[in-house]
Design a protein around this ligand. Structure first.
Ligand SMILES: [Zn+2]
Length: 295
Protein backbone atom coordinates (compact mmCIF):
# COMPACT_ATOMS: atom_id res chain seq x y z
CA UNK A 1 0.00 0.00 0.00
CA UNK A 2 2.81 2.39 0.85
CA UNK A 3 4.43 1.84 -2.51
CA UNK A 4 1.21 2.49 -4.39
CA UNK A 5 0.49 5.62 -2.36
CA UNK A 6 3.91 6.98 -3.20
CA UNK A 7 3.38 6.27 -6.88
CA UNK A 8 0.05 8.01 -6.75
CA UNK A 9 1.60 11.10 -5.25
CA UNK A 10 4.34 11.15 -7.86
CA UNK A 11 1.74 10.85 -10.61
CA UNK A 12 -0.36 13.61 -9.13
CA UNK A 13 2.61 15.95 -8.81
CA UNK A 14 3.70 15.36 -12.37
CA UNK A 15 0.39 15.77 -14.09
CA UNK A 16 0.17 19.15 -12.39
CA UNK A 17 3.63 20.27 -13.53
CA UNK A 18 4.23 22.36 -16.66
CA UNK A 19 4.75 20.42 -19.88
CA UNK A 20 7.56 22.56 -21.13
CA UNK A 21 9.41 22.91 -17.86
CA UNK A 22 12.86 21.42 -17.61
CA UNK A 23 12.26 18.55 -15.31
CA UNK A 24 14.67 15.98 -14.08
CA UNK A 25 13.50 12.43 -14.65
CA UNK A 26 16.77 10.84 -13.46
CA UNK A 27 15.19 9.62 -10.23
CA UNK A 28 12.09 8.19 -11.85
CA UNK A 29 12.05 4.43 -11.69
CA UNK A 30 9.81 2.47 -14.01
CA UNK A 31 8.11 -0.32 -12.09
CA UNK A 32 6.33 -3.22 -13.75
CA UNK A 33 3.27 -5.01 -12.41
CA UNK A 34 2.38 -8.23 -14.20
CA UNK A 35 -1.41 -8.44 -14.30
CA UNK A 36 -1.88 -11.45 -16.63
CA UNK A 37 0.33 -13.66 -18.79
CA UNK A 38 1.66 -11.34 -21.51
CA UNK A 39 0.18 -8.21 -19.95
CA UNK A 40 1.90 -5.76 -17.61
CA UNK A 41 1.40 -2.24 -16.36
CA UNK A 42 4.37 0.10 -16.14
CA UNK A 43 4.31 2.87 -13.54
CA UNK A 44 6.77 5.74 -13.65
CA UNK A 45 5.86 9.38 -14.16
CA UNK A 46 2.79 10.32 -16.14
CA UNK A 47 0.06 8.01 -17.36
CA UNK A 48 0.12 4.31 -16.61
CA UNK A 49 1.44 2.22 -19.50
CA UNK A 50 -0.27 -1.01 -20.52
CA UNK A 51 1.94 -3.58 -22.25
CA UNK A 52 0.86 -6.53 -24.41
CA UNK A 53 3.64 -8.89 -25.34
CA UNK A 54 4.18 -12.41 -26.55
CA UNK A 55 5.03 -14.31 -29.71
CA UNK A 56 3.73 -11.73 -32.14
CA UNK A 57 4.65 -8.17 -31.18
CA UNK A 58 4.88 -5.76 -28.28
CA UNK A 59 2.20 -3.10 -27.99
CA UNK A 60 2.29 -0.32 -25.42
CA UNK A 61 -0.67 1.80 -24.41
CA UNK A 62 0.68 5.34 -23.76
CA UNK A 63 4.36 6.23 -23.32
CA UNK A 64 4.76 8.85 -20.54
CA UNK A 65 7.60 11.37 -21.04
CA UNK A 66 10.44 11.48 -23.60
CA UNK A 67 13.29 11.28 -21.04
CA UNK A 68 11.84 7.95 -19.81
CA UNK A 69 11.84 6.11 -23.15
CA UNK A 70 15.11 4.27 -22.50
CA UNK A 71 13.92 3.15 -19.08
CA UNK A 72 10.58 2.04 -20.52
CA UNK A 73 12.33 0.05 -23.26
CA UNK A 74 14.63 -1.53 -20.68
CA UNK A 75 11.68 -2.57 -18.54
CA UNK A 76 9.89 -3.99 -21.60
CA UNK A 77 13.00 -6.07 -22.35
CA UNK A 78 13.10 -7.20 -18.73
CA UNK A 79 9.59 -8.59 -19.17
CA UNK A 80 11.02 -10.82 -21.89
CA UNK A 81 9.19 -8.86 -24.56
CA UNK A 82 10.29 -7.90 -28.05
CA UNK A 83 11.09 -4.23 -28.74
CA UNK A 84 8.01 -2.02 -28.95
CA UNK A 85 6.38 -2.33 -32.38
CA UNK A 86 3.07 -0.55 -31.80
CA UNK A 87 2.18 2.42 -29.58
CA UNK A 88 -1.40 3.39 -28.77
CA UNK A 89 -2.20 6.82 -27.33
CA UNK A 90 -5.34 6.88 -25.17
CA UNK A 91 -5.47 10.68 -25.73
CA UNK A 92 -3.19 13.56 -26.66
CA UNK A 93 -2.01 14.83 -23.24
CA UNK A 94 1.74 15.24 -22.89
CA UNK A 95 2.09 12.87 -19.94
CA UNK A 96 0.70 10.05 -22.13
CA UNK A 97 2.36 10.86 -25.48
CA UNK A 98 5.73 12.33 -24.48
CA UNK A 99 7.62 9.25 -25.66
CA UNK A 100 5.99 9.21 -29.11
CA UNK A 101 8.81 10.91 -30.96
CA UNK A 102 11.41 8.51 -29.58
CA UNK A 103 9.33 5.41 -30.28
CA UNK A 104 8.33 6.73 -33.71
CA UNK A 105 11.95 7.37 -34.64
CA UNK A 106 12.86 3.89 -33.41
CA UNK A 107 10.39 2.45 -35.92
CA UNK A 108 7.25 1.87 -33.88
CA UNK A 109 3.88 2.64 -35.47
CA UNK A 110 1.64 4.94 -33.43
CA UNK A 111 -2.15 4.54 -33.30
CA UNK A 112 -4.78 6.88 -31.86
CA UNK A 113 -8.17 8.46 -32.39
CA UNK A 114 -8.34 11.05 -35.21
CA UNK A 115 -8.55 13.97 -32.77
CA UNK A 116 -5.34 12.94 -30.99
CA UNK A 117 -3.37 13.53 -34.17
CA UNK A 118 -5.16 16.83 -34.83
CA UNK A 119 -4.51 18.16 -31.32
CA UNK A 120 -0.89 16.99 -31.23
CA UNK A 121 -0.22 18.59 -34.61
CA UNK A 122 -1.68 21.90 -33.42
CA UNK A 123 -0.36 21.89 -29.88
CA UNK A 124 -2.28 23.62 -27.14
CA UNK A 125 -2.52 24.74 -23.56
CA UNK A 126 -4.10 22.56 -20.88
CA UNK A 127 -4.60 24.22 -17.49
CA UNK A 128 -1.65 26.51 -18.08
CA UNK A 129 0.64 23.81 -19.49
CA UNK A 130 1.57 24.56 -23.08
CA UNK A 131 2.45 21.73 -25.42
CA UNK A 132 4.03 22.92 -28.68
CA UNK A 133 3.00 21.38 -32.03
CA UNK A 134 4.41 17.87 -32.15
CA UNK A 135 7.17 16.94 -34.59
CA UNK A 136 6.20 14.58 -37.40
CA UNK A 137 7.74 11.49 -35.81
CA UNK A 138 5.60 11.98 -32.71
CA UNK A 139 2.28 11.99 -34.56
CA UNK A 140 0.03 8.94 -34.78
CA UNK A 141 0.43 7.33 -38.20
CA UNK A 142 -2.78 5.29 -38.06
CA UNK A 143 -5.89 7.04 -36.77
CA UNK A 144 -9.51 6.01 -36.44
CA UNK A 145 -12.91 7.50 -35.69
CA UNK A 146 -14.66 4.69 -33.86
CA UNK A 147 -11.95 2.15 -33.19
CA UNK A 148 -9.88 -0.77 -34.44
CA UNK A 149 -8.53 -4.10 -33.23
CA UNK A 150 -5.13 -5.73 -32.87
CA UNK A 151 -5.08 -9.51 -33.28
CA UNK A 152 -1.91 -10.72 -31.63
CA UNK A 153 -0.34 -12.39 -28.63
CA UNK A 154 -3.33 -14.73 -28.40
CA UNK A 155 -5.76 -11.91 -27.78
CA UNK A 156 -7.97 -9.36 -29.46
CA UNK A 157 -7.06 -5.90 -28.28
CA UNK A 158 -9.93 -3.58 -29.02
CA UNK A 159 -9.35 0.18 -29.24
CA UNK A 160 -12.66 1.95 -28.78
CA UNK A 161 -13.76 5.55 -28.99
CA UNK A 162 -17.01 5.65 -27.02
CA UNK A 163 -17.64 9.40 -27.00
CA UNK A 164 -14.68 10.69 -25.04
CA UNK A 165 -15.27 12.98 -22.09
CA UNK A 166 -11.81 13.62 -20.67
CA UNK A 167 -10.97 15.01 -24.12
CA UNK A 168 -12.58 14.57 -27.54
CA UNK A 169 -10.23 11.75 -28.49
CA UNK A 170 -10.20 9.24 -25.64
CA UNK A 171 -9.71 5.58 -26.45
CA UNK A 172 -10.57 2.76 -24.10
CA UNK A 173 -8.46 -0.34 -24.72
CA UNK A 174 -9.92 -3.78 -24.01
CA UNK A 175 -8.06 -7.10 -23.97
CA UNK A 176 -11.03 -9.30 -24.86
CA UNK A 177 -9.58 -12.69 -23.91
CA UNK A 178 -7.68 -11.62 -20.82
CA UNK A 179 -10.52 -9.42 -19.56
CA UNK A 180 -8.51 -6.26 -18.99
CA UNK A 181 -9.32 -2.64 -19.79
CA UNK A 182 -7.06 0.43 -19.95
CA UNK A 183 -9.18 3.51 -19.28
CA UNK A 184 -6.78 6.33 -20.10
CA UNK A 185 -7.71 9.39 -18.05
CA UNK A 186 -11.43 8.65 -18.21
CA UNK A 187 -10.70 6.98 -14.88
CA UNK A 188 -8.05 7.84 -12.29
CA UNK A 189 -7.55 6.20 -8.91
CA UNK A 190 -5.39 8.93 -7.40
CA UNK A 191 -7.25 11.21 -5.01
CA UNK A 192 -8.56 13.98 -7.22
CA UNK A 193 -11.80 15.04 -8.79
CA UNK A 194 -12.14 13.78 -12.37
CA UNK A 195 -10.36 15.82 -15.01
CA UNK A 196 -12.69 17.03 -17.74
CA UNK A 197 -10.34 18.92 -20.06
CA UNK A 198 -12.67 21.54 -21.48
CA UNK A 199 -9.87 23.03 -23.57
CA UNK A 200 -9.47 19.67 -25.36
CA UNK A 201 -13.14 19.05 -26.04
CA UNK A 202 -13.90 17.27 -22.77
CA UNK A 203 -17.46 17.15 -21.46
CA UNK A 204 -18.67 15.48 -18.27
CA UNK A 205 -21.81 14.11 -19.90
CA UNK A 206 -19.70 12.37 -22.54
CA UNK A 207 -17.50 11.04 -19.74
CA UNK A 208 -20.52 9.54 -17.96
CA UNK A 209 -21.81 8.02 -21.21
CA UNK A 210 -18.42 6.49 -21.95
CA UNK A 211 -18.09 5.11 -18.42
CA UNK A 212 -21.58 3.60 -18.63
CA UNK A 213 -20.71 1.88 -21.91
CA UNK A 214 -17.48 0.52 -20.46
CA UNK A 215 -19.09 -0.66 -17.22
CA UNK A 216 -21.70 -2.58 -19.24
CA UNK A 217 -18.85 -4.55 -20.86
CA UNK A 218 -17.09 -5.53 -17.61
CA UNK A 219 -17.57 -8.25 -15.02
CA UNK A 220 -16.32 -8.72 -11.48
CA UNK A 221 -13.10 -10.34 -12.72
CA UNK A 222 -12.09 -7.53 -15.08
CA UNK A 223 -8.77 -5.90 -14.31
CA UNK A 224 -9.09 -2.15 -14.72
CA UNK A 225 -6.02 -0.04 -15.52
CA UNK A 226 -6.64 3.63 -14.64
CA UNK A 227 -4.85 6.50 -16.37
CA UNK A 228 -3.16 7.37 -13.08
CA UNK A 229 -2.98 5.51 -9.79
CA UNK A 230 -3.17 1.91 -8.65
CA UNK A 231 -4.88 -0.99 -10.44
CA UNK A 232 -8.60 -1.22 -9.96
CA UNK A 233 -11.75 -3.21 -10.68
CA UNK A 234 -15.34 -2.87 -11.84
CA UNK A 235 -16.80 -2.10 -8.40
CA UNK A 236 -14.43 0.83 -7.89
CA UNK A 237 -15.09 2.09 -11.41
CA UNK A 238 -18.83 1.98 -10.74
CA UNK A 239 -18.32 3.96 -7.52
CA UNK A 240 -16.31 6.55 -9.47
CA UNK A 241 -19.05 6.82 -12.11
CA UNK A 242 -21.67 7.22 -9.35
CA UNK A 243 -19.58 9.95 -7.69
CA UNK A 244 -19.51 11.86 -10.98
CA UNK A 245 -23.26 11.45 -11.36
CA UNK A 246 -23.83 12.81 -7.86
CA UNK A 247 -21.52 15.78 -8.53
CA UNK A 248 -23.33 16.58 -11.77
CA UNK A 249 -26.73 16.42 -10.05
CA UNK A 250 -25.61 18.87 -7.38
CA UNK A 251 -24.22 21.34 -9.91
CA UNK A 252 -27.27 20.96 -12.17
CA UNK A 253 -29.49 21.87 -9.20
CA UNK A 254 -27.56 25.10 -8.64
CA UNK A 255 -27.69 25.85 -12.36
CA UNK A 256 -31.45 25.31 -12.47
CA UNK A 257 -31.91 27.52 -9.41
CA UNK A 258 -30.38 30.38 -11.37
CA UNK A 259 -27.04 30.57 -9.58
CA UNK A 260 -24.10 32.13 -11.37
CA UNK A 261 -20.95 30.05 -11.85
CA UNK A 262 -19.26 32.12 -9.14
CA UNK A 263 -22.09 31.38 -6.72
CA UNK A 264 -22.04 27.70 -7.62
CA UNK A 265 -18.30 27.45 -6.96
CA UNK A 266 -18.65 29.39 -3.70
CA UNK A 267 -21.38 27.01 -2.51
CA UNK A 268 -18.78 24.16 -2.46
CA UNK A 269 -21.38 21.60 -3.54
CA UNK A 270 -18.84 18.77 -3.90
CA UNK A 271 -17.12 19.10 -0.51
CA UNK A 272 -18.70 15.94 0.92
CA UNK A 273 -17.51 13.77 -1.99
CA UNK A 274 -14.05 13.52 -0.41
CA UNK A 275 -11.93 13.84 -3.57
CA UNK A 276 -10.22 17.13 -2.65
CA UNK A 277 -6.43 17.33 -2.49
CA UNK A 278 -5.37 16.26 -5.96
CA UNK A 279 -4.70 17.68 -9.39
CA UNK A 280 -8.33 18.69 -9.98
CA UNK A 281 -9.97 20.66 -7.16
CA UNK A 282 -13.66 20.65 -6.37
CA UNK A 283 -13.87 24.21 -7.68
CA UNK A 284 -12.30 23.16 -10.99
CA UNK A 285 -14.69 20.23 -11.31
CA UNK A 286 -17.73 22.43 -10.60
CA UNK A 287 -16.47 24.78 -13.33
CA UNK A 288 -15.99 21.91 -15.79
CA UNK A 289 -19.49 20.56 -15.07
CA UNK A 290 -20.92 24.05 -15.48
CA UNK A 291 -19.28 24.40 -18.87
CA UNK A 292 -20.52 20.94 -19.87
CA UNK A 293 -24.10 21.92 -18.96
CA UNK A 294 -23.81 24.97 -21.16
CA UNK A 295 -22.15 23.24 -24.14
ZN1 LIG B 1 -5.08 13.26 -19.64
Amino acid sequence: MIRLTTLALVSAALIAAPAGAQRNFDDVEIKAEQIAPGVAVLYGAGGNIGVSYGDDATVIIDDQFAPLTDKIEAKVEELGAQPVKYVVNTHWHFDHTGGNENFGKAGATIFAHDNVRVRMAEGGTVVGNTTPPAPKDALPVVTYGQGMRFHLNGDTINLMYLGGGHTDGDSVVVWEEKNIVHMGDLYITIKSFPFVDRSSGGNVYNMMTTLDLVIAMLDDETKVIPGHGAMSNKAELVAYRDMIGEAVSRVEALHEDGATLEEAVAAKPLASLDREGGFVSGDAFVTAIWGSIED
